[in-house]
Design a protein around this ligand. Sequence first.
Ligand SMILES: Cc1ncc(COP(=O)(O)O)c(C=O)c1O
Length: 466
Amino acid sequence: MVPMDDETYGDLQRSAREHLWMHFTRHSSYEKADVPIIVRGEGAYIWDAKGTKYLDALAGLFVSQLGHGREDLAEAAARQAKELAFFPLWSYAHPNAIELAERIAGYAPGDLNKVFFTTGGGEAVETAWKLAKQYFKLTGRPTKHKVISRAIAYHGTPQGALSITGLPPMKAPFEPLVPSTFRVPNTNIYRAPEFLPHTDGNADPEAFGRWAADQIAVAIENEGPDTVAAVFLEPVQNSGGCFPPPPGYFQRVREICDEYDVLLVSDEVICAFGRLGHYFGAERYDYQPDMITFAKGVTSGYAPLGGMIATDELMEPFRHGTTTFLHGYTFGGHPVSTAVALANLDAFENEGINKRVRENEGAFRATLEKLYDLPIVGDVRGDGFFYGIELVKDKATRETFNEAESEKLLRGFLSKALYDAGLYCRADDRGDPVVQLAPPLICDQAHFDEMEQKLRDVLSRAVDLL
Ligand SMILES: Cc1ncc(COP(=O)(O)O)c(C=O)c1O
């Protein structure tokens, strides 16, 4: 790719510093260093303005399922923009929204048949909580309004979704948030010493899963079952570095939710649309939620879209008289975004994307597990095309890094070194330090090898730094 000329590049850098407020960004980092400016994508690769090529090992932000540069998706957007660029779903409909709602309902497990579109994941989470509250008010249980979620889990930035989020430092600047949310432990078995070690040195995943699920019952009892509306859980928790559910976890959670009349919301903003080799994570782990929230991969990022899928039962009270769900977004279910989503799902079907992920995930895991020979690699965990590599100071004791060490390791070295090595991924310390990988679902062994080699090179150098 031809690099941008120096003058245009310099102007963009200046302009970015003066005007662009980037998200979740420490702007002081860019006072001296250049802002990374990405200009093009093709398949699993992206290029910056200087013409440097990177393997996109995070699918943008868990988004670009089909990879970059797909003409079919771009053309679907252009066609729809020419036909009808915009109309809202406020008492009106358009064909794409109708068709997509039916299609998503067809993929969703059980009687999850009602689709409410938003523009992204945080709005989807807000929508689910608001629906849970109003549903219980309409059905004679008006005190049920609280939400239970898991430690270190991220559910978005709107004040309700942020309140559900289990990351205190991310919430502190904005307190007080929406009250009435409570945390339970997540399913990080690597950090569950009470289930370690057994005779073979390994944890007992089923006992751990039972224990972790039972903590939800304890929280419901502590809060009072008459006050709890919903539990929000990701199929695989992203924040903290990919915690898959132990066997039996979601089955036990379902039993608890049924017992206490609490709604189970599966937050699949990352996990849906192929990330785990299925349309929905609930399908992979065989549980039946009352609501699913989705976003990101539904369009593979060619336009913004999110949504909430509810059971028939949850919509039932809204089908009578003057009862209305007083909730919506101007751009929710946008005609262009829904057109793109339909084209994306066509490609999923025609190219067997979910099956492809299931066939390749073993190879992806095995390739990443080669990194276990590095002293800094403590745990490689995940499912599908969704992995976290936890970095540790001492592999034998699982000792983690303190705050200063973590800062030095992640922000001082890894983030930049990985990027300089041509690997776009994420070094994250919202929990213990991890490198997160969630590449486009079109990746194959050559891409897995490239990730492993680049990680090996950079992580080996990180060891020297310590
Ligand atoms: C599980 C989960 N829920 C909600 C969100 C918020 O989505 P958005 O950034 O589209 O608002 C995210 C974003 O990464 C997420 O991972």
